[in-house]
Design a protein around this ligand. Structure first.
Ligand SMILES: [Zn+2]
Length: 277
């Protein structure tokens, strides 16, 4: 199981869910995810709060961020600084990407890293005309043409060639957050992410009360913009994010304020709602 690494060379983020299919306990036990998907999940931490409200809708915010957002939205000219850009507050630099716009496309692209400073013009150095003749002169190099030579007191104005200077720093490549390669990560229903190991896998199965592996199903899901939004929304409201989003137990679109599912102390979902229905 642990060897089933899901690498995603394409632009699509995927996750392999291990689903407990017992009728009354149907839920995601955990998911396997590769670097890109894990990077996406961690990128949710960098979504500005105002942008979350914008993306998810004011009414779906559990806390007061929705009110804060509305207040900023309502404020009109006389109360707003003339040069203030409201959009900077309300939706800070998070545009839906054109899907699959670039390799490793993130569902919510992070701001581009600051471009590397342009390479400075190569520095010039000057030495003393008499450095050919006097070893004393040859020991000095000046950054400013015309500097007086400490050895012979003549002006140092002959171009000296600097060699072996370091090559200009290349623009840093976007590497995301976690290591990729062969590393596979475990993502639990409540978004605990860790490198996958047999021990952690067994512990998770135990914690979920899975005794019979026959009840487990594998399901590979794709994470596009819509699912990304639902994960963001569920992560703010629920402890059973993957189950909510991918098993449709509690579609995030129908969530109301404060309507979170009661949790057992170990984070297990209450099944009472199932048999009540
Ligand atoms: Zn000199």
């Amino acid at each position: 199981m642990a060897a089933a690494a899901t690498t995603t060379p394409s632009n699509t983020l995927t996750m392999k869910l291990l689903v407990d299919s017992r009728p009354l306990r149907q839920r995601v036990v955990f998911a396997e995810a590769g670097k890109d998907t894990v990077d996406f999940l961690f990128s949710l931490l960098s979504v500005p709060a105002g942008t979350s409200v914008k993306l998810l809708g004011k009414e779906s915010m559990v806390g007061c961020t929705g009110n804060l957002y509305s207040s900023a939205e309502r404020l009109e000219d006389p109360y707003v600084q003339p040069d203030a850009a409201k959009d900077d507050i309300l939706c800070a630099a998070m545009m839906p990407p054109p899907a699959a716009a670039r390799p490793n496309s993130w569902v919510f692209p992070l701001p581009e890293p600051a471009p590397a400073a342009p390479a400075p013009a190569p520095k010039k150095f000057f030495n003393c005309f008499y450095s050919y003749y006097y070893s004393g002169c040859s020991r000095y190099v000046a950054e400013v043409s015309g500097t007086r030579c400490p050895s012979c007191s003549n002006q140092m104005s002959r171009d000296a060639n600097l060699i072996g200077s370091p090559s200009p720093v290349a623009k840093p490549e976007r590497k995301g957050f976690v290591q990729g390669g062969m590393v596979v990560y475990t993502v639990t229903d409540d978004l605990v992410i860790s490198p996958m190991s047999n021990v952690s896998t067994i512990a998770l199965l135990n914690a979920c009360g899975v005794r019979d592996f026959g009840t487990l199903q594998e399901r590979t899901v794709q994470i596009g913009y819509k699912e990304g939004l639902e994960i963001l929304k569920a992560s703010l409201q629920s402890k059973t994010v993957l189950t909510d989003v991918f098993l449709g137990k509690k579609p995030p679109s129908s969530m109301k304020n404060g309507g979170s599912t009661p949790q057992l102390s170990n984070g297990r979902r209450h099944d009472s709602h199932t048999w009540r229905a």
